[in-house]
Design a protein around this ligand. Sequence first.
Ligand code: ADP
Length: 756
Amino acid sequence: MDVSELSSVPEWLPTDLKASGVEELYPPQAEAVEAGVTEGQSVVASVPTASGKTLVAELAMLATVARGGKALYIVPLRALASEKQREFERFEEHGLSVGVSTGNYESEERWLATCDVIVATSEKVDSLIRNGAPWIDELSCVVADEVHLVDDPSRGPTLEVTLAKLRRTNPRIQVVALSATIGNPEELAEWLDAELIDSEWRPIDLRRGVHYGQAVHLEDGSQQELSVQGNRRQTAAIVADTLSEGGSTLVFVNSRRNAEAAARRLADVVSEGLAEGERARLADLAEEIRDVSDTETSDDLAEAVRRGGAFHHAGLTGEHRSLVEDAFRERDLKVICATPTLAAGVNTPSRRVVVRDWRRYDGSAGGMAPLSTLEVHQMCGRAGRPGLDPYGEALLLAKSHEELEELFDRYIWTGPEGVQSKLAAEPALRTHVLATVASGFADSRSGLLAFLERTLYSTQTTESGRLERVADTVLEYLEANDFLERDGGSLEATDLGHTVSRLYLDPMSAAEIVDGLESCEQRPTALGLYQLVCRTPDMYQLYLRSGEDEKFTELAYEREPEFLGRMPSEFEQDFEDWLAALKTAKLLEDWANELEEDRITDRYGIGPGDIRGKVDAAQWLLGAAESLASEVGLEFAPAIREARRRVEDGIREELIDLAGVRGVGRKRARRLYDAGIGTRSELREAEKSVVLGALNGRRGTAENVLENAGRTNPSMEDIEAANVATNGGAAGESGGRPADRAGERDEEDQSNLGDF
Ligand code: ADP
């Protein structure tokens, strides 16, 4: 179908599409149009990676807006929200307004009411519904991207319940659900009352195979020689072979550490063959990467990039990630070694994909477990750039003949798994039952059960009564902890319950925080508060590495009086978790004690993106703790606020006032303080030469800072920098604090994918 044949879409669209190289709709897109996607018909599109699902969503959204409606695009990760926003920004020149909702869970973001297209994660949409965002009931179209993630035990239920709520609020809403190819797309279509587009079509041929010995064994039964010489590894041989044909390689591995190590090794392979121009561009890029953050990860990445390779994982900052992705698309980078985060939606096609590790550590399995077929297919789907490569090739690696056969059986001959709702589990229902009642979707047990009938779980289950049983257990828990009141069959959220739902807390986190605070007899310390929020289910804790038990047990005894609530004994089962929370809390304390970023990343074996992730989560949870303290009538709000301010900026107590001035981060605040300027008002009055000296002679910065502090004449003209003492805890200008890079913080994600 030629794009000029599209009806019900804005007039400018066909020209716009043609200008961007889209002349004809891809077959699955044409199928969606025939099914009525531009006329408001709900569709489920189960289509391979990189086969143009986004355009299906765009057609639906633009048609809805043309009819005077409003569209919501739900993404699974915050990083993808920014990517989609960039994609949709081109609508703005045609008069549409596009907004991305990335604020904190509590914020309302009223301006979104004026947007035609809104992009947000499912958690954010859930929270907007809980907080009564007025535009929710004006929505006429909702897109659920990567809807197969309803299968994910930790985040799937939120997407599922959110879609159920949106459909309940707006019974006529069009749902466009985009999915990777899965085993049971018809169940999703049945749940959503949608037409199903189930296609295997790809814009570029994909050849899949397994490398074993000296050859690639392809799925059509053919073999291609690809020899591994001397003690070279398989991956290195494949990368070199791809390079000899002018192509790039994307290598998927199972951990961050492996990604970094493989990138180092593979950069050796590609660096020899780089052209002069590439070398120069990569050197510039390496400098840009170093400037992003002052840590070993940043240096390691820069070093690999200089030689034509890179690693990509969730320990990188958002800025690192986009620099790497852009350079790979530009073909300056020849190889990226990535953890599975990259397979999740980021558009980085390459000539060859290598799935090096097909097993990864899985805590719930207590060891290494194979990747799902769906995941491997998504990784393989990144192979081949339409229009640039003759075909894409995706390879798994086998070390033995048995493994070769196993890989063929598992990932090549077998179709992807079906997705299964994970809603009927206590942690998921605890939070969603409370929110469903608190936001008025149900006011009785029977109303609640009727609401739950609208979920995928109900469509799929054959086991009668399970959801009801779990719901009853959860209702009991919520009542016992004073979040809900039950009177006969009727249900009502308490004030505390409403607060918890609005704060977007897991009720169990809220109970832990309230109990901890209530047990506290004196003003809590920062470490005590950090440990408290770190042991809630809303914080992803750091793991204890081997040998660390002892170190943190010692710390636990040393600082015992500071902890809120009972500390379990070493012999109790939950001691290990408690200790992991202490380790996470200690990281936050180190940060708030102005330890340099690179020392923290070293000490805890993490990346700079992780500090940011933990800081963001702690800030949110401490904010929630402050609200809960007032809700239950405790006096600790000022102590909590102070701990939160300190962790937000990574500063000691005495810098809180100064760091409140825009443009003053932890390092600048420390230098100003050491130069004798202790507060915002002192900054307004201070000798300009001292300010300039403390800010390393940077005039622009100094003027900015003075202006932000409210000084009437901030000009630094003719001022000489004074020689000032700057001997504080922090060093170097380039490190910065997380809050200095506000835009990027939004891209960090706390999802379970964050573990990679
Ligand atoms: P998916 O979401 O299915 O993984 P995308 O929507 O990201 O895939 O599309 C992959 C690429 O294909 C994008 O670069 C997009 O611009 C391009 N594309 C989509 N539809 C067409 C089309 N009909 N003709 C040419 N290119 C297209």
